[in-house]
Design a protein around this ligand. Structure first.
Ligand code: PGA
Length: 259
């Protein structure tokens, strides 16, 4: 069984002092997150402070992006070993906000995936179609292109070390989540592609989380789908009680499906 994973993506929000308060509340509210992995992704500026708070607790630390190279003349960028040094175990890559606002290409995302893996970070490769692509019936074409390009050149052993996030762009920050059936359909499709790229066995071990307006009141229905292995939570992760409720419900949902 795949351990459910709930990631809080704080995006570009919060001072260091606010990050400390939020991380402490999440840590103290989730002393023993039963059967669920929880990772917080604060802004870069708060990584060191949040690292101090979560070190020694079951809460993991992740970053929202990284550069592909380990060092060099890349003004304003952050390298994978720098994240490892701060205690990060995971990094979000290819988030649709970066694809759109920074023009990140599939090729760049692929180089970042390779760079992250080279330093022991778990890359969370984000894929998802726009509203227009869904209306035109291009959902599977879009996510397939992003997945194949994002994982290009990776062997089966490397694919095992990745996590996928399906985040339909039209559902991010809009309050409009994909229905559990819509999400599960795409997750199943992605898992089929993983079988082809790695093996059926490996595809069964890779976690595919859903993101896009996940909240405490819709996570139960999403987690009831066997294909959904957790959540990438944006807006709702900025509120400690709400995020804790999401984690608890995700854990319960995963446990009941294993019975
Ligand atoms: P949201 O963001 O939960 O605010 O929709 C999710 C994400 O972009 O990771």
């Amino acid at each position: 069984m795949r351990t459910p994973l709930v990631i809080g993506n704080w995006k570009m929000n919060g001072t260091v002092a606010e990050a400390r308060v939020l991380a402490t509340a999440v840590r103290d509210g989730l002393k023993r997150p039963k059967g669920t992995e929880v990772v917080l992704c604060p802004p870069f500026t708060a990584l060191a402070a949040v690292s101090e708070i979560v070190t020694g607790s079951p809460i993991g630390l992740g970053a929202q992006n990284c550069h592909a190279e380990p060092s060099g003349a890349h003004t304003g960028e952050i390298a994978p070993p720098m994240l490892v040094e701060l205690g990060c175990r995971l990094v979000l890559l290819g988030h649709s906000e970066r694809r759109k606002e920074m023009g990140e290409s599939d090729e760049q995302v692929n180089r970042k995936v390779v760079g992250a893996l080279a330093h022991g970070l778990t890359p969370v490769l984000c894929v998802g179609e726009s509203g227009e692509e869904r209306r035109q019936g291009l959902t599977f074409t879009t996510v397939e292109g992003q997945l194949r390009a994002g994982l290009a050149g990776l062997d089966a052993a490397a694919i095992t070390r990745t996590v996928l996030a399906y985040e339909p762009v039209w559902a991010i920050g809009t309050g409009l989540n994909a229905t559990p059936a819509q999400a599960a359909e795409v997750h199943g499709y992605l898992r089929g592609l993983l079988s082809e790229l790695a093996s059926k066995e490996i595809a069964q071990t890779v976690r595919i989380v859903y993101g896009g307006s996940v909240k405490a009141d819709n996570v139960d229905a999403l987690m009831a789908e066997g294909e959904i292995d957790g959540a990438l939570v944006g807006g709702a992760s900025l509120n400690a009680p709400g995020f804790i409720a999401i984690v608890r419900k995700a854990a319960r949902g995963a446990a009941s499906r294993g019975e």
